[in-house]
Write a new protein. Structure first.
Length: 405
């Protein structure tokens, strides 16, 4: 950061601590910021012995605040909030018609609600088919068991269906890996090359070298103009990957269709998961929310492994039960860590070199919606996945031990 002051020519080095009540460059945050400030005399056009002295802040490009930005407590503008720039260049029809249609609030809300209601209804139909299959195979049975045999439709037994399921899993595995690598490589490039280059171009080399890797990381994910959000230096921005990752959540609903066609009921966990993922990913893509990178990186990493596992199952590779168990644990860890990291963004502050002011990483309620939705979503999913883990592995293990005893 470079601040030009009018003072008498002198050299000094000192450390300042700004308490709660201090305001510099519109810093109105609750918290304490400590910075080392070194001044170097820069002789310019002097008048009456007065020269411009550049203050070069050698640390403190980012800091943590105790409270988030007060703007997050306002009522959100779902309809009037400006749309982010269309990240795809497929002609005016896509840019002016299809993109606004998919990114406006009514699309994810209507689709998620319709998906939730329709597939709960289809579950009942599949259950009736399962009961019919059970009674046909057990005509003397009086009680209906909790675990019913599958009642697949005819098409699900054909080779064509199996190939389609295989392609579906391979596609989502490759897409998830592509998303993960795209965003992580963008973050790495922006943090290690782009941000240091921007800082050094606006500050002296000493100040640039003093900015820590953490400062560069915060700047990379929080700054909407110079960070990872937009396309830079041949790298696609987060808005590009976030939009396609958001659209992929609609496509992933096919997972539920496949389960129903195989004659099994979809668990409430899966239906809730797919419906909620659409809404959560939409908040990040629609409002260009910086914490959105967490959802894309964490979820794409897990989905790469998960759909690779599904692909192996389609190819009838013997996959150990421990791998499936570890995958469920991996998902639970993802939700817990993801919720914590996403929440931390509202307390991050960075120095914006363009405006010369400190800014919060989540400056308004619209961007904060991504935090609200994802944190609550992760809390519910953690509970549901834990229940699934207990029922699928721990209870089965206890039953097996009883049989052995």
């Amino acid at each position: 950061m470079k601040i030009l002051l009018r003072s008498r020519l002198q050299d000094f080095t000192s450390t300042y601590t700004w308490p709660t009540s201090y305001s510099l460059n519109n810093i109105n945050r609750f918290g304490i910021v400590s910075m080392s400030i070194t001044t170097e005399p820069i002789l310019t056009n002097t008048t009456e012995g007065i020269s411009d002295v550049a203050l070069n802040i050698t640390s403190g490009f980012s800091y943590w605040s105790v409270f988030p930005d007060p703007n997050i407590f306002k009522f959100p503008r779902l309809a009037s909030y400006p749309l982010p720039e269309c990240p795809v260049e497929w002609g005016s029809y896509v840019k002016d018609t299809l993109y606004p249609l998919t990114i406006e609030w009514y699309s994810p809300f209507l689709c998620a609600c319709a998906y939730f209601v329709i597939f709960l209804w289809l579950n009942k139909i599949v259950k009736k088919r399962q009961i019919a299959v059970f009674k046909k195979g057990n005509p003397d049975a009086h009680d209906i068991p909790k675990r019913l045999p599958p009642a697949p439709i005819a098409f699900s037994k054909t080779p064509a269906f199996k190939y389609l399921v295989l392609l579906h899993n391979v596609f989502l595995c490759v897409f998830s890996l592509w998303s993960f690598l795209g965003v992580t490589m963008n973050i790495h490039h922006t943090r290690t090359e782009r941000i240091p280059s921007i800082v050094s171009s606006q500050l002296n080399e000493a100040s640039s070298a003093a900015s820590s890797g953490w400062d560069n990381f915060v700047y990379s994910i929080c700054d909407l103009n110079n960070g990872i959000l937009l396309d830079h230096d041949g790298f696609k921005g987060l808005n590009f990957y976030a939009y396609w990752f958001y659209m992929s959540k609609y496509y992933e609903m096919i997972d539920t269709v496949i389960i129903l066609m195989k004659g099994r009921q979809a668990m409430f966990l899966q239906i809730f998961h797919h419906a909620g993922a659409v809404l959560c990913m939409w908040t990040g893509a629609r409002f260009a929310s910086p914490p959105c990178w967490i959802f894309v990186v964490f979820n794409s990493c897990v989905h790469t492994v998960m759909y690779f596992y599904y692909t192996l199952c389609c190819l009838h590779f013997p996959v150990p039960v421990k791998f499936k168990k570890s995958l469920t644990s991996f998902q639970i860890i993802q939700f817990i860590i993801g919720a914590c990291v996403i929440s931390s963004h509202q307390f991050m502050n960075y120095f914006d070199l363009d405006s010369g002011e400190y800014k919060n990483c989540v400056p308004d309620i619209e961007k904060h919606l991504s935090i609200i939705c994802n944190v609550w979503f992760c809390i519910f999913l953690t509970y549901l996945f834990r229940q699934f883990f207990v029922q699928s592995y721990q209870k089965k293990l206890k039953k097996l031990q009883k049989k052995i005893d």
